[in-house]
Design a protein around this ligand. Structure first.
Ligand SMILES: O=C(CO)[C@@H](O)[C@H](O)COP(=O)(O)O
Length: 225
C-alpha cells in the first residue's frame, strides 16, 4: 500500500471556532477534511448542511471529504457539489438511486464514494464498485463521535481489497486511533478518519504526526510530511 491519507473529522472540533480548528489541522499536515452531514433521520444526530460547508470552504485549501448521513441523498447531492467538494460519500442504505448519484458526482469531477454501515453486506455495493473512487467502511454505527472501533469490520476491508473491482481508496471511519488505524491499514484501508483522537488531543500536530508515523511505518512510500 502506498498513499495513506489522514482525514480529521470536524464533528469533534469546537464549533465555536471552526476556522481556527481547521487551520490547526491544516498546518499540522492533515490531508483532507472530513465533514459529517447528518439529518436526524438517517442517523439520530443533526449536524450542519450546505450553508456551513460553503462558509468554511472559503477558509481552507484542504480538500473536502463530505460524508452524507442523510435519507435520500439524491435531493441534496448537487448543493454540495456546487460548493466544491473533492470527495463525496453517500450511504447505500439511504437511497435507491446509487448509479445516478455516482454519475452526478463524476460530472463535477469529484471523487465518488459509497459508505456502508458496520452490519451492511459488501454484496449491496458490488454492482457499483467499478465506478467508485472509494468505499467508506464505517467502523462504528454512524451518528456520533467518540465510539469504540468495531473490530469485525476489518474482515469487510480484507474482503473488499480482494475484489477485482475494488477502488483505489478504502476509508475507515469511527474509533480511529494509532492502534485501530494500524489494524485497518493492515487489512487494506488507506484513508483514516479520526475525530476525537485528533480534535480532543492536547497536541493536535503531534497526534497527526504520530498517526502518520504509524501508518507510514507500514507503507512502501515515504511520508510527504
Ligand atoms: O461519521 C462519523 C460518526 O458517524 C465519524 O466521522 C465520527 O466523527 C468519527 O469520530 P471518532 O470516532 O473518530 O471520534
Amino acid at each position: 500500500m502506498d498513499e495513506m491519507l489522514i482525514a480529521p473529522s470536524l464533528l469533534s472540533a469546537n464549533f465555536a471556532c471552526l476556522q481556527q480548528e481547521i487551520a490547526t489541522v491544516e498546518k499540522a499536515g492533515a490531508d483532507i477534511l472530513h465533514l459529517d452531514v447528518m439529518d436526524g433521520q438517517f442517523v439520530k444526530n443533526i449536524t450542519f448542511g450546505p450553508c456551513v460547508v460553503k462558509c468554511i470552504r472559503e477558509t481552507t485549501q484542504m480538500p473536502f471529504d463530505v460524508h452524507l448521513m442523510i435519507d435520500r441523498p439524491e435531493r441534496y447531492i448537487e448543493d454540495f457539489l456546487r460548493i466544491g467538494c473533492q470527495w463525496l460519500s453517500f450511504h447505500i442504505e439511504a437511497t435507491d438511486c446509487a448509479a445516478d448519484i455516482i454519475k452526478k458526482i463524476k460530472e463535477y469531477n469529484c471523487k465518488a464514494a459509497i459508505a456502508i454501515k458496520p452490519n451492511t453486506d459488501i454484496d449491496t455495493i458490488t454492482p457499483y464498485l467499478a465506478d467508485l473512487d472509494m468505499v467508506l467502511v464505517m467502523s462504528v454505527e454512524p451518528g456520533f463521535g467518540g465510539q469504540k472501533f468495531i473490530e469485525k469490520i476489518l474482515e469487510k476491508i480484507i474482503q473488499l481489497r480482494k475484489m477485482p473491482d475494488c477502488p483505489k481508496y478504502i476509508q475507515v471511519d469511527g474509533g480511529i486511533n494509532g492502534e485501530t488505524a494500524l489494524k485497518a491499514a493492515e487489512a487494506g484501508a488507506n484513508i483514516f478518519v479520526a475525530g476525537s483522537y485528533i480534535f480532543k488531543s492536547n497536541q493536535i500536530s503531534n497526534t497527526i504526526q504520530n498517526l502518520r508515523d504509524v501508518l507510514y511505518g507500514l507503507s512502501t512510500k515515504k511520508s510527504p510530511h
